[in-house]
Design a binder for this molecule. Structure first.
Ligand code: GTP
Ligand code: MG
Length: 321
């Protein structure tokens, strides 16, 4: 039975709204998004600048619905792509009810964090909650020291002269160990306006399937590559069709996708010796796509060179940026 989405019967004290997660590249925003949503809606990797578009992850809890907006890491841009990603984050910040500022527990606060804090200070009293991520990576005394340092950063940058009173809260969390994740949900929810739910129960993201499939392929391609190569990889799904003539109880989905890199040398790396790396990418991606879609998949991957696409406005457009 399908029930129509009817938000009108929500309790009067129900809260719903948008919270953007921001922070330096690699701070753990997407991992935390997935932990809060309870399913993988955003790809993650140890390479900085993994996320390249805003991703909505919907957190359903009793009494509130939190729409998380995972964003690309804010950084000093070196390419047109980097510039566009930063612009996207700034634009997102204007549209949310509160901001979760992710700062890893295992790295000293740096110029990148101070720059982001100064940008958040411009938001005119929008509540900013600092989230000290990856607490499982350090000892308790280091967590305590980082909480103090983060609080001091907030007091300095979001202090009275900036029309604020520091961070609205500072919460330590480990998304990987699931430690304090619910505390994060609760603290963020307190900043949401009274509102009926915005999405039907059970809807976890508004990412189109095609985008999620392309992202899972990119995630697989990022594994094991180094240096500039992760930044050079882009994936476009050309076709996704049910195979004709399959028995109804054993459907198969044909997916044709292109993996773009910027140079011939990178193409050789992605393909690997005798095609070995491409094969590994394909089988890892196929596994995660099958898990996402719940159906068997035939995945056809091609590797193509799009010269210097990160700097080329025309190519960026073609790749969806
Ligand atoms: N140990 C540990 N590692 C974490 C935790 N959260 C994230 N990581 C790791 O940190 C790396 C970066 O995580 P992401 O979630 O992709 O970071 P991000 O902030 O979304 O990065 P960008 O999209 O590049 O801006 C990955 O290797 C994660 O596995 C955590 O709670 N504990
Ligand atoms: Mg990310």
């Amino acid at each position: 039975m399908t029930t129509l989405f009817d938000p009108s019967n929500a309790p009067e004290d129900f809260r719903a709204g948008f919270v953007s997660l921001v922070g330096r590249p690699n701070a753990g925003k997407s991992t935390l998004t997935n932990a809060l949503v309870g399913e993988k809606v955003a790809i993650t990797s140890s390479k900085p600048q993994t996320t390249r578009h805003t991703i909505r992850g919907i957190v359903h809890r009793e009494g509130f619905q939190l729409v998380l907006v995972d964003t690309p890491g804010l950084h000093r841009p070196r390419t047109l792509l980097g510039q566009r990603l930063n612009d996207l984050v700034t634009q997102t910040l204007g549209e949310v009810d509160a901001v979760g500022f992710c700062i890893p527990a295992d790295e000293k606060i740096g110029p990148g964090d101070r720059y982001i804090a100064s940008q958040l200070a411009l938001l005119n009293r929008k509540p900013v909650i600092a989230l000290v991520t990856k607490t499982d990576k350090v000892k308790p005394d280091a967590i305590a020291a980082q909480l103090l340092a983060v609080t001091a950063l907030g007091d300095k940058v979001l202090g009275p002269e900036n029309q604020g009173a520091g961070f609205a809260a500072v919460v330590p969390v480990s998304a990987v160990q699931g430690h304090q994740v619910e505390d994060v949900a609760k603290v963020l929810s307190e900043r949401l306006p009274l509102s009926p739910p915005l999405y039907p129960d059970g809807e976890l993201t508004d990412e189109p399937e095609l985008t999620m499939v392309a992202e899972l392929i990119r995630e697989a391609a990022l594994e094991g590559v180094r240096d500039e190569l992760p930044h050079s990889v882009a994936v476009v799904v050309d076709e996704m069709n049910p195979r004709e003539g399959r028995p109804a109880d054993r459907p198969l989905l044909d997916i044709h996708a292109n993996v773009f890199v910027e140079r011939d040398s990178q193409k050789a790396i992605i393909i690997g010796k005798g095609g070995s790396r491409l094969k590994a990418i394909g089988s890892q991606a196929r596994g995660s796509i099958e898990k996402l879609l719940g159906t068997a998949v035939y995945l056809d991957l091609r590797v193509k060179v799009a010269k210097e696409w990160q700097r080329d406005p025309k190519q960026l457009g073609r790749l969806g940026f």
